[in-house]
Each structure stands twice: as structure tokens, then as C-alpha cells.
Design a protein around this ligand. Structure first.
Ligand code: GLP
Length: 240
């Protein structure tokens, strides 16, 4: 694991965006694995600025998102579909047919994981962006998820629902289920960047880097990936 220690959130976002920009410059047809949550917002903002400066184009980039809530539809303001269009896709020249976000249509619930997984397995992700939950989840792979899982439907951890309550009016409104890439899908990526900022991530970051590899702390599996860069600010790295 390569660890880049930054001063603050701005710095984390700057370092991460430099790596993504470099990836797209080296291979304009890159396959990117994309994350949501509050952490990558400034990274996406920096990518949009690089696009506006004509430094990079997303015309031939392929994207696969990690996860999506189940129980709210794509039109809901907190769906990851809306998030991605708001922060990136509607602001750059992404080709709509190259965008992949897990389908969360409950009417197709028995098919959506298989379809997304098949789609995902047609390519290898060149660069996967990750955040981390305070309980060590990546994507929505909650503690206890088998490392062998491919795309699946997960019942969200109480801690994750509480952490994400800030985006909804009440805890009751936070979805209970989600569709997520599995650990196995994430581990197939050629390169991984994990970003973390803030004191609430410090425990998870410490266990991910220094703890044993265990399904109880899903992000710990990254110790076994050959090309992972962890980009953290002072607070997230304060227990290292
Ligand atoms: C969310 C997402 C993850 C994200 C994590 C941390 O629930 N499913 O992909 O990395 O939790 O979110 P945040 O960056 O808002 O702290």
C-alpha cells in the first residue's frame, strides 16, 4: 500500500485528481470505477475544471459506479444516479452509453445484480476510486461480507444508515438496502485509490492499514491488492 499523507480535504482531493487526470491522459479510453459519498465531491469538481481547461476529455472514458440505494428511485435527489449527474456526468463530455450505474428498479430485483455483474466482467477497471465508511466498508460491502462476493444486494449496517442520515430528513428515510459491487469485483481493478478525510475515519484507516485482513473490516482486503494508493488527511491518519 502506498500512503499519501495530506494536510486537509482540499489537499486529498488535489492529489487524487492529479492521479485520475494522469490516468485519463495516459489512456483516454480508461475504465474508471467511481464512488459516491461526500469524500469524492471535490475530486469530481477538480476533474470538471480539468475538462473545462481542455486538459482531459471524458468522450471515450467508460465508467462503472460502485453502488446504488434500493428503495428510492433514480429520480430521488439522494440516489447515486442523481449524485453522479450532478457532480460529474452532466458537466463533462461523458458519452451516456459509457456510463454504468447499478439499476435499482425493484421490479427487476431478481435480475439486476446478475446483469450488472455481467456488464462489469466484460471489462477490467483501470482505476477504481474508493471512499471508506466509518465501519470500514468499501462500496456497500459491510462488515461480515464474504471477500468472494461479486455484485449483490446488501442490507445496510445500522452504523452506515446513521452515517448517511445527514443526507435525508430522518433515519426512517435512509434506505435499508443497496446494490453494490462485491469485494471480488473491486479487487479485480488494476489500480485503486482510496480517499479519506476527517477524524470519524481514523479508526477504520488505522485498522485497514495496520490490522489483520478480516471480513469484519472489509477495507483490510486492500492490503492484498498489488496497486493501492491511500490518500488521507491529517485527521483520518491521526491513529496511524
Ligand atoms: C457511502 C458509500 C461509500 C462511501 C462511504 C463513505 O455509504 N456507499 O462508497 O465511500 O459511504 O461516505 P462519505 O464519503 O460520505 O464519508
Amino acid at each position: 500500500m502506498k500512503i499519501i499523507k495530506c494536510t486537509d480535504y482540499e489537499d486529498v482531493s488535489q492529489k487524487a485528481s492529479e492521479l485520475v487526470i494522469q490516468q485519463i491522459k495516459i489512456n483516454p479510453k480508461s475504465v474508471l470505477g467511481l464512488a459516491t459519498g461526500s469524500t469524492p465531491i471535490k475530486l469530481y469538481d477538480n476533474l470538471v475544471k480539468a475538462y473545462q481547461r481542455k486538459e482531459i476529455s471524458f468522450k471515450n472514458v467508460l465508467s462503472y459506479n460502485l453502488d446504488e440505494y434500493i428503495g428510492i428511485n433514480r429520480e430521488h435527489s439522494q440516489s447515486y444516479y442523481q449524485y453522479m449527474y450532478k457532480h460529474l456526468f452532466s458537466l463533462v463530455d461523458m458519452n451516456k452509453k459509457n456510463i454504468h450505474i447499478p439499476n435499482n428498479d425493484e421490479k427487476q430485483i431478481d435480475k439486476i445484480t446478475q446483469l450488472y455483474n455481467e456488464d462489469l466482467n466484460k471489462h477490467q477497471i483501470d482505476l477504481q476510486i474508493l471512499g471508506i465508511g466509518s465501519n470500514g466498508h468499501i462500496g456497500f460491502n459491510e462488515p461480515g461480507t464474504p471477500f468472494e462476493n461479486e455484485t449483490f444486494i446488501v442490507e445496510l449496517d445500522e452504523q452506515t444508515r446513521k452515517d448517511n442520515k445527514r443526507f435525508f430528513k430522518s433515519l426512517d428515510e435512509v434506505p435499508k438496502y443497496a446494490i453494490t459491487m462485491g469485494i471480488k469485483n473491486i479487487m479485480r481493478s488494476k489500480k485503486i485509490i482510496l480517499m479519506a478525510s476527517g477524524i470519524e475515519k481514523a479508526n477504520a484507516i488505522h485498522k485497514m492499514i495496520n490490522g489483520t485482513v478480516t471480513e469484519d473490516l472489509p477495507a483490510s482486503i486492500l492490503q492484498r491488492h498489488p496497486d493501492v494508493t491511500i490518500i488521507i488527511d491529517q485527521l483520518a491518519g491521526s491513529k496511524l
